[in-house]
Design a protein around this ligand. Structure first.
Ligand SMILES: CC(C)(COP(=O)(O)OP(=O)(O)OC[C@H]1O[C@@H](n2cnc3c(N)ncnc32)[C@H](O)[C@@H]1OP(=O)(O)O)[C@@H](O)C(=O)NCCC(=O)NCCS
Length: 318
């Protein structure tokens, strides 16, 4: 039988596997990476080009990266899949990202992409992590069907960096830009960083020491780090990277014995100024929905919620 052309398919779900003559999953050539980013951004409008293409722009941040595409018999791109181990992630965790163009959903293309990724996982993978936007109930159902469980609901918000206040540090408090994370008292800073991690993500194994924070920044990102000290002792930190015109805040924390004095607001205000000085026009962050402390601070700083993500994980058998 002549294979049918899938372009223009109505998008109804069929339990049948795609005809391999009609749809193939193949490694994504470098020459089609931008098209893959286009597909992801069109399918997932909350995603920025920087987020969608992070693994292309920053391959040094990942081990065992693999990218695949589903193509029709004319070579048209129907969906894409990515896997890899982020070096800042706990050992054994690899991400799995499967995105199918909206008009081709529901006919086995996601399944074929996932299968191809499972065959290309980084060495020693024990757990997969993924995410679905919270306004995508079917994607959540598919991910749950594949065996993913929700670890947290993260709220994503953004701040325009046009109009920024200058932080007013009280007596005894000093603010320091340390983008290279090199400190004379590195042990004390690391102790503060570790004790500050009372966030839900740390309980799930996502603990950052200084080395893991450094591993977060790619070669084409400008790191931003501000540390607050109280009478010289490290007390609070915020860390992120500027790529394009966006500051992505990766981690912010205050040591428990320095909480309740507004230090996080000060370090973030300073980080916003530092990011703007290296070209950022917006700052983005994501916070677990019940992490009321940081969400209240971000709201007061002017961050506006734009989306939410279910962060999910799956333990692989054996
Ligand atoms: C999630 C997504 C990748 C699914 O792609 P798709 O091509 O529509 O998926 P398929 O038709 O191949 O179905 C995938 C599986 O889900 C099952 N499924 C389909 N609809 C389902 C539903 N409503 N509830 C539960 N399972 C469902 C299918 O039976 C299939 O099972 P199998 O893999 O065990 O054979 C697609 O909707 C998408 O791109 N979403 C946005 C990105 C995203 O959120 N990705 C999920 C995280 S990786």
């Amino acid at each position: 039988m002549e294979p049918v052309d899938v372009v223009g398919f109505e998008g109804l779900w069929s339990p049948a596997a795609p005809d391999p003559d009609e749809v193939r999953v193949v490694p994504l050539p470098a020459s089609r990476q931008q098209e893959a980013v286009d597909l992801v951004c069109e399918r997932l409008p909350h995603t920025t080009r920087g987020e969608a293409g992070w693994h292309f722009d920053a391959p040094e941040v990942f081990d065992g990266l693999a990218s695949v595409e589903a193509v029709d018999r004319h070579g048209g791109m129907l969906g894409v899949g990515f896997t890899g181990h982020p070096r800042f992630a706990p050992d054994g965790r690899a991400f799995q990202r499967v995105v199918v163009a909206r008009e081709h959903e529901g006919r086995g293309i996601g399944r074929a992409l996932r299968q191809a990724l499972l065959e290309r996982l980084p060495d020693a993978t024990t757990d997969l992590v993924t995410g679905t936007f919270d306004d995508e109930p079917r994607s959540l159902e598919v991910a749950a069907h594949w065996g993913f469980g929700v670890e947290e609901h993260a709220i994503e918000s953004q701040l325009d960096l046009a109009d920024l206040p200058t932080p007013a540090a009280p007596p005894g408090v000093t603010l320091h830009d340390v983008p290279d994370l090199v400190f004379d008292d590195a042990e004390a800073v690391e102790r503060m960083l570790l004790t500050s991690q009372t966030n839900p993500e740390a309980e799930q194994g996502w603990v950052f020491d200084l080395a893991r924070l450094r591993a977060l920044v790619s070669d084409n990102e400008t790191p931003v780090c501000v540390v607050a000290r109280v009478d010289g002792a490290p007390a609070a930190i915020t860390f992120g990277g500027v790529s394009g015109a966006t500051l992505m805040i990766a981690y912010s924390g205050v040591a428990p014995d320095h909480r309740g004095r507004g230090l996080m607001t000060l370090v973030k205000q300073r980080a916003h100024l530092s990011a703007r000085a290296v070209g950022a026009t917006v700052s983005r962050t994501a916070n677990e929905e019940h992490n009321r402390g940081i969400r209240r601070i971000n709201e007061a700083l002017g961050y506006v919620v734009h989306s939410g993500v279910y962060r999910m994980s799956q333990k692989l058998a054996g």
